[in-house]
Write a protein that binds this ligand. Structure first.
Ligand code: HEM
Ligand SMILES: *[C@@H]1O[C@H](CO)[C@@H](O)[C@H](O)[C@H]1NC(C)=O
Ligand SMILES: *[C@@H]1O[C@H](CO)[C@@H](O)[C@H](O)[C@H]1NC(C)=O
Ligand SMILES: *[C@@H]1O[C@H](CO)[C@@H](O)[C@H](O)[C@H]1NC(C)=O
Ligand SMILES: CC(=O)N[C@H]1CO[C@H](CO)[C@@H](O)[C@@H]1O
Length: 337
């Protein structure tokens, strides 16, 4: 009796052990993996890259928007392509896309173009969230920046809520605010200063920074400028952005090289010419200020490239859905029926 009980409890323990092993293997399987589609869609990376070559040849200014789309995706509900979903009822339940921070996002059509190519090569296999991660990486590479391995296997979410875009840092953010908002996503001060380097690409609408030129403290007069912005630069930006409410004129964030991924952004920030208040805010904290200063010398671009790759991998892992979670969307702009 005693021995059979001990036998059965030993069997029980073994079963429990086997179950634990099974569970831990299952959760290991549910991790992202560079070779995730090696059997189901072996040419996924080549296909995305080919499409990206065509897309950026036709519209080189989309490099910045693709990088930004991935950032906005990952910061809201994790990297689950929720940023791509169209509102079904824009008046009553707007999606992320229709929230103010997203009104200036671009590149949605091109994302669908890549998705369509993948749908014909390997139907219903590659998630839109993975497509975004690959497009962001290829945009940086094709703009002359670093490459990094993109682990795959993200699943697409089925929910997109405009109000949740309040998790995106506004351009008026000071360093304290940036720290809090990045920390909420598991990112630290180094990630902030490194990922802000993404502003070496692309443009900003005037309205994203005109408060700094005309109405910084609410006095709304010509002297009411952001003291963190270089005076000569204020004049230059005012000549580009003639009114506080201008939401159509675009300004290059890294003027003269906004289509090229380089470390030039840090030279601007060091000269107090970062275009957004959040860019200037990197000078508020000793760690990030030191990084800006080091990169502003122009001698450590290779280090910035490595750092950027590392932080992009971190960002690309935020809150991902894996395994049986979510779905593989057929169309990136709508959840499956
Ligand atoms: C640190 C906090 C950040 C803030 C406050 C911020 C804010 C902004 C704003 C306001 C714009 C201009 C939007 C417009 O008016 O058109 C912009 C553009 C952009 N952002 Fe950020 N951003 C931040 C971090 C990032 C990160 C982490 C990335 C990616 C690694 C990124 C990539 C970009 C790119 C590429 C553009 C240019 C988009 C285009 O050309 O249309 N930003 N950002
Ligand atoms: C930073 O911004 C937050 C909110 O945006 C504000 O409450 C805080 O006072 C600011 N901190 C500094 C040091 O200006
Ligand atoms: C100027 O800034 C203040 C404070 O931020 C704001 O309340 C006001 O609406 C702004 N003025 C204009 C004309 O936008
Ligand atoms: C620009 O401002 C106008 C007027 O306020 C508004 O109707 C329009 O939606 C805005 N466009 C963008 C891209 O924010
Ligand atoms: C309300 C609004 O302007 N929504 C826009 C969000 O961004 C997408 C892509 O640029 C536009 O198609 C929407 O109209």
């Amino acid at each position: 009796m005693a021995s059979s009980r001990s036998l059965s409890s030993r069997i029980g323990a073994m079963l429990a052990g086997a179950l634990l092993l099974l569970l831990s293997t299952a959760s290991a399987v549910a991790q992202l993996d560079v070779g995730f589609y090696s059997k189901t869609c072996p040419h996924v990376e080549e296909i995305v890259r080919q499409e990206m070559l065509g897309i950026l040849k036709e519209a080189p200014t989309l490099a910045g928007p693709f990088l930004r789309l991935h950032f906005h995706d990952c910061f809201v509900r994790g990297c689950d392509a929720s940023v791509l979903i169209d509102s079904t009822d824009v008046a009553n339940s707007p999606a992320e896309k229709d929230a103010p921070p997203n009104k200036s996002l671009r590149g949605f059509g091109a994302v669908q173009r890549v998705k369509d190519r993948l749908q014909s090569a390997c139907p219903n296999t590659v998630s839109c969230a993975d497509v975004l991660a690959l497009m962001a990486r290829d945009a940086v590479v094709l703009a002359g920046g670093p490459t990094w391995p993109v682990a795959l296997g993200r699943r697409d979410g089925r929910v997109s809520i405009a109000s949740e875009t309040n998790q995106l840092p506004p351009p008026t953010s000071n360093f304290t605010r940036l720290s809090k908002m990045f920390a909420a996503k598991g990112l630290d001060a180094k990630d902030i200063v490194v990922l802000s380097g993404g502003h070496t690409l692309g443009t900003a609408r005037c309205v994203s920074f005109t408060d700094r030129l005309y109405n910084f403290s609410g006095a709304n007069n010509p002297a009411d400028v952001d003291p963190a912005l270089d005076g000569a630069y204020v004049a230059r930006l005012r000549s580009q952005c003639r009114s506080l409410a201008d939401n159509t004129t675009l300004a290059e964030m890294d003027p003269g090289s906004f289509l090229t991924f380089d470390a030039g952004y840090y030279r601007l920030v060091a000269k107090r010419r970062g275009i957004l208040h959040s860019d200037s805010a990197l000078l508020e904290h000793p760690t990030t200020r030191a990084y800006v200063g080091r990169q502003a010398t122009g001698l450590f671009a290779a280090e910035f490239f490595r750092d950027f790759a590392e932080s992009m991998v971190k960002m690309g892992n935020i809150g991902v859905l894996t395994g049986e979670q979510g779905e593989i969307r057929n169309k990136c702009y709508a959840v499956n029926k």
